[in-house]
Design a protein. Structure first.
Length: 431
């Protein structure tokens, strides 16, 4: 991250995580109603037919900044005007061409945003470009993203198989490419969730906290976090099992195996926190410190396995032994391993300084009202009133439970069990 300038009122917050001031005492100028209105208007002003004019702003290296800003505004606002989708569809015609690195970055972001727009309102122009990308692009990741978007958009099983057959012919070594392999594997491998109790009983490494996050397959639903302490006991608060809701939905509705997709299932190393707040990152990450997570194979971790320096070494089998035996052949729980292999990184648990109304697509998900989407991280509730004073914030509770300089593991799991059912299983383990 870039060097950051701390807000004047931040000094108390940068004390130990366990001594964070009560949320009610915090006032943030960037969170006032006036500041939020200006922020939304700044994005709205970018949306105009002239801004999407490809004759005025062709996909060239010199226009990369323009398109990155405009495509981000498109993700925030989700404009439904035909000229927006037509322009993005035109950009996707470039997926089969030879491009410079800057052009490729613009096209890839357009693919991410096109997935978001297509899943909110499938239109033939975007669908046609996804199909064309599958048929013509030499970029396996873009082919996989297009297949994923079409599948999520409601393509029939027969259509999916036709595209998979086409991909296997065009990419004879498709199973050696992580994006293609994981996308096709997920579509063609039925998986039944192993017993949750086996996972709850399991210890990844001695004397390590384990933060479980149980999610619905529909990531617009809130997940439920439970914490097991270093002695293997589930944490309680006021004689009740401690739990906390988190959101793992991707703003773009991208799958876990793509950059900016939703949080992959599997094991992560918890290693410390990142100080907050600051003027650069408050809106995205909120007022409180972020919990630092490392996927398997992600560089930068001090000890993915306690006592062994550096990241997890070896192959998939070395990851699988961190899981209980009944879970070792369960492909979905291996997602964090594959995500690390494909280069995904910088996973965090954090709040959000954005107002929930900032992202237009939040309106489609009333079941998680108040929680903001992320682009891979786990999002905690953080709400402010019109004067910029904190109304509700869940990060202080989590930081307090994890303690100073936390270490341990995060396990993200999609489960058919309800939070109440999981709580009952945890209670049964304590008997």
């Amino acid at each position: 991250m870039a060097r950051r300038t701390l807000l004047p009122f931040a000094s108390l917050l940068l004390l130990l995580a366990g001594s964070i001031a009560p949320a009610q005492s915090l006032t943030v100028p960037l969170a006032t109603s006036e500041a939020r209105i200006r922020q939304r208007q700044d994005q709205l002003r970018l949306i105009s037919p002239a801004a999407y004019d490809l004759t005025r702003y062709p996909i060239a290296d010199s226009n990369e900044k323009h398109w990155r800003q405009l495509l981000w505004a498109t993700a925030v606002i989700e404009p439904q005007e035909a000229y927006v989708r037509d322009t993005i569809a035109q950009i996707l015609t470039l997926t089969s061409q030879r491009l410079s690195p800057a052009q490729s970055r613009t096209v890839e972001m357009a693919l991410q945003i096109s997935t978001q727009l297509y899943l909110s309102n499938p239109t033939p122009n975007l669908e046609q470009q996804f199909v064309q990308t599958i048929a013509q692009s030499s970029n396996p990741q873009w082919v996989a993203m297009s297949l994923s978007a079409l599948t999520k958009g409601g393509a029939s099983t027969e259509q999916q198989q036709q595209w998979i057959n086409s991909i296997s012919q065009r990419f004879p070594r498709w199973s050696e490419n992580v994006s293609l392999y994981t996308t096709i594997k997920e579509l063609t491998t039925p998986a039944q969730t192993p017993p949750i109790k086996d996972l709850l009983n399991w210890t990844i490494a001695p004397n390590q906290q384990q933060l479980y996050v149980f999610c619905n397959r529909d990531r617009s639903q809130l997940c439920s976090a439970f914490l097991k302490d270093r002695r293997g006991r589930f944490v309680r608060e006021n004689a009740r099992l401690w739990t906390m809701p988190l959101l793992t939905r991707s703003l773009h509705n991208l799958s876990w195996n793509f950059s900016r997709g939703y949080t992959p299932q599997g094991i992560y190393r918890i290693e410390g926190t990142i100080p907050q707040p600051d003027t650069d990152y408050f809106r995205a990450y909120g007022f409180y410190p972020l919990v630092n997570l490392f996927a398997p194979l992600e560089p930068g971790v001090k000890e993915f396995i306690p006592g062994r320096k550096g990241t997890l070494t070896g192959k998939l089998n070395d990851y699988n032994v961190l899981l209980p035996p009944s879970w070792r052949n369960y492909f979905p729980i291996q997602a964090s391993y594959w995500a690390g292999m494909v280069g995904r990184s910088l996973f965090r648990i954090h709040g959000s300084g954005e107002d929930p109304t900032f992202f237009t697509n939040n309106q489609r998900y009333p079941q998680s009202e108040g929680w903001n989407p992320a682009i891979g991280c786990l999002s905690a509730l953080e709400l402010y009133n019109s004067n910029g004073r904190t109304q509700t914030a869940h990060m202080p509770s989590l930081l307090s439970k994890l303690g100073t300089k936390p270490t341990g593991y995060l396990i993200v799991v999609e489960s058919p069990n309800t939070p109440a059912s999981i709580s009952a299983q945890i209670a049964a383990l304590a008997r």
